[in-house]
Each structure stands twice: as structure tokens, then as C-alpha cells.
Design a protein around this ligand. Structure first.
Ligand code: DX5
Ligand code: ZN
Length: 236
């Protein structure tokens, strides 16, 4: 799985049969029975972990304790999305747990480049998340250093919100940028992604679709994963 991720990243500008990768967001899972819910999404490509500190976003979710427990009952590569201020300690704890991808929030500010290098030096893929109100241009200086850009298609903090279609041009700009500059980073899209909008999001250039409520809220999560993937692929 991880080898597949690295392989896919090195060929990111080509169409790969694995694309789009589907990353169910644990935030929408049943926390009274995580083991069962994780089995239901075993056919996905990554497991998205939303870590919120109640400061950067007005919500607190879970931290390394839950990530450690989850890692014991899933084989999916772990894709941590940090919605926290001052992420150094969290990055250290998550890399110790062998989380494969760690994304920090652009708007949390601070020493973004240093945090990205901290993640990369630990061997994980490093990502930067951009809120709907953050432009492509403001993040350009960081693009040469990242392995993943997480385009937020809702304002971070909560699952179950509606997709904001105005972020589609930003996905296109990121895709054009990486082609033009021969750069290799994943474009991941997070927030309100479902079977209906997967096609346009992939058409804009997304490689990874994060989806919480449309997967865990579905009576058949494996079927939802398959449909999101199929509808996404239809526009490649
Ligand atoms: C929002 C989170 C998302 C969220 C997605 O802050 O980053 O990952 O869980 O959930 P849905 O798919 O329900 O919008
Ligand atoms: Zn997320």
C-alpha cells in the first residue's frame, strides 16, 4: 500500500488505474465501534484522520491515543490532517506511530517550511491544507517542498458540510502548476465529497478524494467507496 503510494506519486502526472484514491474520514465513523467501521472501509486506499485542537478550529476530535489504537486494527496507510496550531509535538508523536502522510494547515501559520521539513525528514509524506478562502497564489512558495496539497472544499472543523464548488479553479491551478513545473505532489480534496461530485473534482485534477459522511453515513460503505471511485474515474 505504501509502496503503491510512493509509486503513484512518482508518476503523478500520468493517468494511473489506481486513481482516484479514496480516503474515508474517520471523523464520521461510529466511535463506539471503530473496529467494525474500519472493516467496512477496508477496500479504500487511505484512512483520513482529522486531528483538531479546539484552537485552530472550533472543535476537538482525537489525537495520537486514538491513532495508535486505529493503527492496530487497519492495514490502510494513515493520512493525518492536522487542524492544530503549533504542530511540532503532534508531528513527532504521529511519525513515531508510522503515520504515512501528515498534512498541516496553511492558515495555522508559524514556520510552515520548517514543519514540512520535519515531516519529510521523519520519512512521512508532507502535505499542506488550504482553506476555501486561501488562494493558490499564497501557497505557491511552499509547493516545491510538499508531497500533497489538501484543498479544503468546506471550512475545516466539522464533517457533513456541503461542498463549495468555487474551489474547483484552485484544483485546476494546482494541477497545471505541477505539470508546468514537473513537480510531483498529490492533490487531495476534502469536504462534502460524494458520489455526485466526484467526477467534476477528479476532472479538475484531484488524485485523492477524502469523504466522511458520504461513506460512513452510507448503509453500504464499501459500495459508496466503489461508486465514488467509479464516478471519479469516469472523468479521467
Ligand atoms: C473537515 C474535515 C473533513 C471531514 C470530511 O474539517 O477535514 O475531513 O471529516 O467530512 P465530509 O465528507 O462529511 O464533509
Ligand atoms: Zn480532513
Amino acid at each position: 500500500m505504501v509502496a503503491r503510494l510512493t509509486n503513484l506519486l512518482s508518476n503523478i502526472n500520468q493517468t494511473d488505474p489506481a486513481k482516484p484514491l479514496i480516503a474515508p474520514s474517520l471523523l464520521s465513523a461510529d466511535f463506539t465501534d471503530l473496529r467494525s467501521d474500519l472493516k467496512r472501509v477496508a477496500s479504500a486506499d487511505l484512512l483520513h484522520l482529522d486531528i483538531m485542537d479546539g484552537v485552530f478550529v472550533p472543535n476537538i476530535s482525537f489525537g495520537p491515543l486514538v491513532v495508535e489504537a486505529v493503527a492496530k486494527v487497519t492495514d490502510l496507510p494513515l493520512d493525518a490532517h492536522l487542524m492544530v496550531q503549533n504542530p511540532e509535538i503532534m508531528i513527532r508523536e504521529l511519525t513515531a506511530l508510522k503515520v504515512q502522510a501528515i498534512t498541516i494547515s496553511f492558515e495555522a501559520g508559524g514556520h510552515l517550511h520548517r514543519h514540512i521539513m520535519q515531516i519529510k525528514n521523519s520519512g512521512a509524506l508532507a502535505g499542506i491544507a488550504l482553506n476555501p478562502g486561501t488562494s493558490f497564489e499564497s501557497a505557491v512558495a511552499l509547493l516545491p517542498f510538499v508531497d500533497l496539497v489538501l484543498v479544503m472544499s468546506v471550512n475545516p472543523g466539522f464533517g457533513g458540510q456541503s461542498f463549495i464548488p468555487e474551489v474547483l479553479p484552485k484544483i485546476r491551478m494546482l494541477d497545471e502548476y505541477r505539470k508546468e513545473h514537473d513537480k510531483r505532489f498529490f492533490i487531495s480534496v476534502d469536504g462534502g465529497v460524494n458520489e455526485k461530485n466526484a467526477g467534476v473534482i477528479v476532472q479538475a485534477g484531484a488524485d485523492i478524494l477524502v469523504s466522511g459522511s458520504a461513506i460512513f453515513g452510507h448503509s453500504n460503505p464499501a459500495g459508496a467507496i466503489e461508486n465514488i471511485k467509479k464516478n471519479g474515474r469516469s472523468r479521467l
